[in-house]
Write a protein that binds this ligand. Sequence first.
Ligand SMILES: [Zn+2]
Ligand SMILES: [Zn+2]
Length: 341
Amino acid sequence: MKAAILNKPAPVSTNPLVVAEIATPTPGPGEILIRVLCCGVCRTDLHVVEGELPQHKSPVIPGHQVVGTIESFGPGTSPGLNGGRRFKLGDRVGLAWLHHTDGTCEYCRRGAENLCDRPTFTGYTVDGGYAEYVVADENFVYAIPASFTDQQAAPLLCAGIIGFRSLRLADVKPGARLGFYGFGAAAHLAIQVARHWKAEVYALTRDERHRRLALELGAKWAGDTFDTPPEQLDSAIVFAPAGEIVPAALKILRKGGSVVLGGIHMSPIPSFSYDLLYQERVVRSVANNTRQDGEDFLRIAAEIPIRSHVKLFPLAEANRALNSLKSDAIEGAAVIQVRDR
Ligand SMILES: [Zn+2]
Ligand SMILES: [Zn+2]
């Protein structure tokens, strides 16, 4: 199969992904082989490729927003499926960041599998979807609502799900005033959920095109990253990986408000005065998601219905997709089109 392979982390400007022919993987017990149709490009892919996240597998194929069809089943069935199967050959499924959890650690047992002690992650600790085929656990893939095209569905699988979990942790209530720092793939989907929940969205981003997209999608106000919105906010979700935003976000919150950090990596957070945190303001991170988050989000996404803005790149241009993401040149989400149908 063809795959875009990372042999060694390096700045994306050096085009570190190499597109090559390698052996198609074989699904093990309880696993499925997915024939990839397309794969969304996430900021986490940038952190993997540039080495901001510690390396776990080398070489590795990035990509964790995979839409594809089931090509074959591994031997046996997944534990917990009672001898049955969730899917049949040819079904369209989505594979996201959470590739597998042990199901036995204290976090899994208390329903917080996103914090599992022994997880594997697609396109990071195991190979991902910048390839013609990828292997997944049948219990860890999603049915994609039929109303979404393949390309539309891809960004839902991380940008969408993580944005949704961020909204949940921000405890969004109707009428709430919500700030979004950064307005890329995750924010452009999360705003559609927030508006559906009758919240007001204030977008803070350095990129003029992203501010325009925010207003088009119903943001009440859009300004530069360190501007002060016209109202105090109930919560702010930080999608941009810049630590200096954290004190700035605290500054625009009402008492008791929360700042939710939606990314897996962030530059160091500068020290700040306790006054900014006092009055029961909260700073918290989002780590991964549970499968329940994914199922809930995909159902709501189809109900709304959410529209993803996507820019397509062929697999051979995976490096260009990452470079475009890094330079804020994507309106909405970048998607790698692996196969046309
Ligand atoms: Zn676990
Ligand atoms: Zn992601």
